[in-house]
Design a protein around this ligand. Structure first.
Ligand code: 13P
Length: 254
């Protein structure tokens, strides 16, 4: 079976002093949840502190974004995949809805970032998800297909696909306290996996598909109990040590 992954997306939160206690707690979580992969994705500027705090334990870390360009060069304000690797990152979040909506990241840009992540040896966590209007208009699957296909079209090695992680994050559930029901989430996950299988059946079977959007300690277990939900991408609750542990424990017993 697929090993669950619980990844915390800290977004633009935290301070050098404030993350110390949280990192200690996350380090301790790993001991209690040996069957779960755990990761945290802090703001770039805290990566060195995170690396120092988590080195040698089972918790991995990653970036929240990366530059679509590989190598070095004149890209003011950008961070490359190689730089993330330099700080020990295993993962990088790509195409988060906040980046798509607030920073104009297109499907094509997300696909380029996928390739840049692969080239740097990072595991991309590719976010897809529909807006409330799109769900209400009945176009959820069309939106997910468009976002997913943009990436599937550029992947040339299917092992890159098998290593990748997809996160289904309905935009209407992010930071709203309104979680998708387990059945709603499962429906979309069960749309994503066969779509990937059209490209590579084995990669699709191995692919971890996370759910994200108002996951909390109190609703994680019912979500993770669904057949195609392989863990979570956690925003707000990843900043609270006890909530995050509860979510990791739910994944452990799923
Ligand atoms: P919340 O868990 O705060 O809803 O955020 C989800 C998210 O966007 C994770 O990437």
């Amino acid at each position: 079976m697929r090993r669950p992954l619980v990844a915390g997306n800290w977004k633009m939160n935290g301070s050098r002093a404030g993350i110390k206690g949280l990192l200690e707690a996350v380090r301790a979580d790993a001991v209690q949840t040996p069957g779960v992969d755990i990761a945290v994705c802090p703001p770039f500027v805290y990566l060195a502190d995170v690396e120092a705090a988590l080195k040698g334990c089972a918790v991995a870390w990653g970036g929240q974004n990366l530059c679509q360009e590989t190598g070095a060069g004149a890209f003011t304000g950008e961070i490359s995949g190689e730089m993330l690797r330099d700080f020990g990152c295993r993962y990088v979040i790509i195409g988060h809805s906040e980046r798509r909506a607030l920073y104009g990241e297109s499907d094509a840009m997300v696909a380029r970032k996928f390739l840049a992540a692969n080239a740097a040896g990072l595991i991309p966590i590719v976010c897809v998800g529909e807006l409330l209007e799109e769900r209400e208009a009945g176009t959820t699957e069309a939106v997910i297909a468009r976002q997913l296909d943009a990436v599937l079209e550029v992947v040339d090695a299917t092992d890159a696909l098998a290593r990748a992680v997809i996160a289904y994050e309905p935009v209407w559930a992010i930071g709203t306290g309104r979680t998708a029901t387990p059945a709603q989430a499962q429906d979309v996950h069960d749309f994503i996996r066969p779509r990937v299988a059209r490209r590579d059946k084995d990669a699709a079977a191995a692919l971890r598909i996370l759910y994200g959007g108002s996951v909390k300690g109190s609703n994680a277990a019912e979500l993770f109990a669904m057949a195609d939900i392989d863990g979570g991408l956690i925003g707000g609750a990843s900043l609270k040590a006890e909530e995050f542990l509860e979510i990791c424990l739910a994944a452990q017993s799923a």
